[in-house]
Design a protein around this ligand. Structure first.
Ligand SMILES: Cc1cc2nc3c(=O)[nH]c(=O)nc-3n(C[C@H](O)[C@H](O)[C@H](O)COP(=O)(O)OP(=O)(O)OC[C@H]3O[C@@H](n4cnc5c(N)ncnc54)[C@H](O)[C@@H]3O)c2cc1C
Length: 184
């Protein structure tokens, strides 16, 4: 199967991406790593008219400490998370969860934001995000807002993202000494 005909845009700024997603004449969706979206397009379970590729936008793939939180850009790949000493030291549960995602080829391309926005209940990241009290930063046509992970995931493949909104960052509380964890 091939996708139904669609347009493709690769904006270089977040503002342009949001503007394209708000196009009233075309139903648009974000393209990140494409690992979940492209199969859905090929099976025609999704039939958007426009793909808005986020890969050309700088500044969405950071991994950094932000006070007592570990902030990860939505376009950071799972491989980058897996290899980050900051993640391993400050949020070891997330590191352990990352190692369980598919295989290296999947982690090379799949993004943190894509996994969260796809909201597959069988995926590692949504469960880890809720368990750890993650916070989702979202940019939309009006403003930015933060959504607690427990409010972000609303059901099977369903999130609190509104039309036109882009998930830009996921932040996790760092794990200070004295806390224990396990990931099964
Ligand atoms: C063979 C295979 C094995 C896999 N195994 C596992 C596994 O074991 N565990 C696991 O957790 N996952 C697994 N996955 C899924 C993989 O982790 C994907 O990377 C992930 O689900 C989607 O990330 P993506 O970056 O590819 O997003 P895409 O496929 O590009 O997008 C997914 C959805 O999220 C939306 N989206 C993406 N980014 C944003 C954003 N920043 N803002 C708003 N919306 C956005 C898209 O519009 C689309 O609806 C597997 C995938 C494959 C193909």
């Amino acid at each position: 199967m091939k996708p139904a005909p669609l347009d493709y845009e690769a904006p270089t700024s977040l503002a342009d991406a949001v503007s394209l997603l708000c196009d009233p004449d075309r139903e648009a969706v974000v393209l990140a790593g494409g690992q979940s979206l492209v199969p859905m397009l090929n099976l025609r379970l999704a039939r958007p008219e426009l793909l808005v590729d986020l890969r050309g936008i700088e500044g969405l793939d950071h991994i950094r400490l932000d006070g007592d939180r570990l902030a990860i850009g939505a376009m950071a790949t799972k491989r980058a998370v897996e290899r980050s000493p900051l993640v391993r030291e400050n949020q070891p549960l997330l590191h352990a969860a990352t190692l369980c995602v598919g295989h290296p080829q999947i982690r090379n391309r799949g993004t943190v934001g894509g996994s969260m926005a796809h909201a597959d209940p069988a995926a590692e990241y949504p469960a880890a995000a809720v368990a750890l009290g993650a916070r989702m930063r979202v940019a939309g046509p009006d403003d930015e807002r933060d959504i607690a992970a427990e409010d972000f995931f609303q059901g099977y493949l369903t999130t609190a993202l509104k039309p036109g909104e882009v998930l830009t960052e996921v932040s996790f509380p760092t794990m200070a000494g004295g806390k224990g964890w396990a990931f099964c």
